[in-house]
Design a binder for this molecule. Structure first.
Ligand code: ZN
Length: 279
């Protein structure tokens, strides 16, 4: 055997297959697996929305609130008890929110709700009047219809109130029963019909501000999606945040910049028709 042959032999010989540990082995996906055209298009269209709901950046968040992309629930029309249809937020041009309590509710609780609503409106800079009133005879009848021995039904009250007051104003009402659904909530607020209801005994100024922010259109909580909005300094883990708009109240009650900018831009977006909502 010559030297050249020896070299050839050694290169041609099959090297022993190195044993690849399982964690380094390549994962092979069957080539047969492919998306149908419909699924592919559906993914292409919905993926940006899904991603925008997980992560965002400050400028997109602001534009998303002006264009209502981030608050689609604020576009749903509402129906009254008689079936009449009201456009979402039809009360906005009235620039008026009235605050009152159900019979038997203590004056202090109504005063706190009123102060909370007034304060949040001021924090946003809105030119909206927050006025404390006594319930009208129609409101009293609707309160009675929605109140049972043990609970208060938000939906029944809302539908009746739409028939009574239409979109002349929005309202914040303090009642003295837990809600029929969900029974754990301290307050409920819904922007489209312009209604917030607070439970006496749970009320303080900050509950008024919290539900007030929902009433003004912030249909989210700071510990919900988007998980992170780049451009705001906030805890990476949503549950670690401690702001006014957490689902469950925590120690601090500062209106977060993300919630503030959302509401401001939501109302700025409503100014496109020429109306003015800011002081
Ligand atoms: Zn809330």
């Amino acid at each position: 055997m010559t030297d050249t042959q020896a070299v050839q032999d050694s290169t041609e010989a099959t090297p022993p297959t190195p044993k690849v540990p399982w964690w380094k082995q390549e994962i092979k996906i069957s080539e047969k697996r492919s998306f149908s055209k419909f699924t592919r298009w559906l993914l292409i269209i919905t993926l940006p929305f899904i991603l925008l709901n997980l992560f965002s950046v400050k400028p997109l968040w602001e534009v998303g609130w002006r264009t209502r992309l981030y608050c689609l629930s604020n576009l749903f029309p509402v129906r009254s008890a008689s079936g009449a249809k009201f456009a979402a937020g039809a009360w906005m041009p009235s620039k008026r929110i009235v605050v009152y309590g159900a019979p038997g509710v203590k004056d202090d609780a109504i005063a706190e709700a009123h102060e909370g609503m007034r304060k949040i409106t001021e924090e946003i800079g809105l030119d909206v009047t927050v006025e404390r009133t006594s319930p009208s005879p129609e409101a009293l009848a609707s309160l009675q219809a929605a109140t049972s021995e043990t609970s208060f039904d938000f939906d029944t009250f809302m539908k009746r109130r739409l028939d009574d007051r239409g979109s002349q104003y929005a309202e914040m009402v303090v009642v003295n029963r837990p809600f029929t659904d969900p029974d754990w909530a301290w307050g409920l607020a819904y922007f489209p019909p312009g209604l917030a209801v607070l439970q006496e005994g749970k009320t303080d100024i900050n509950l008024g501000r919290h539900e007030g922010a929902h009433l003004l259109g912030y249909d989210k909580h700071d510990d919900e999606l988007p998980w992170i909005i780049f451009g705001y300094q906030e805890a990476l883990i949503p549950g670690d945040r401690d702001t006014l708009m957490m689902l469950l109240p925590k120690s601090r009650n500062t209106l977060s910049p993300r919630a503030h900018d959302a509401i401001v831009n939501f109302w700025r977006g409503a100014e496109r028709d020429g109306r003015r909502y800011f002081k």
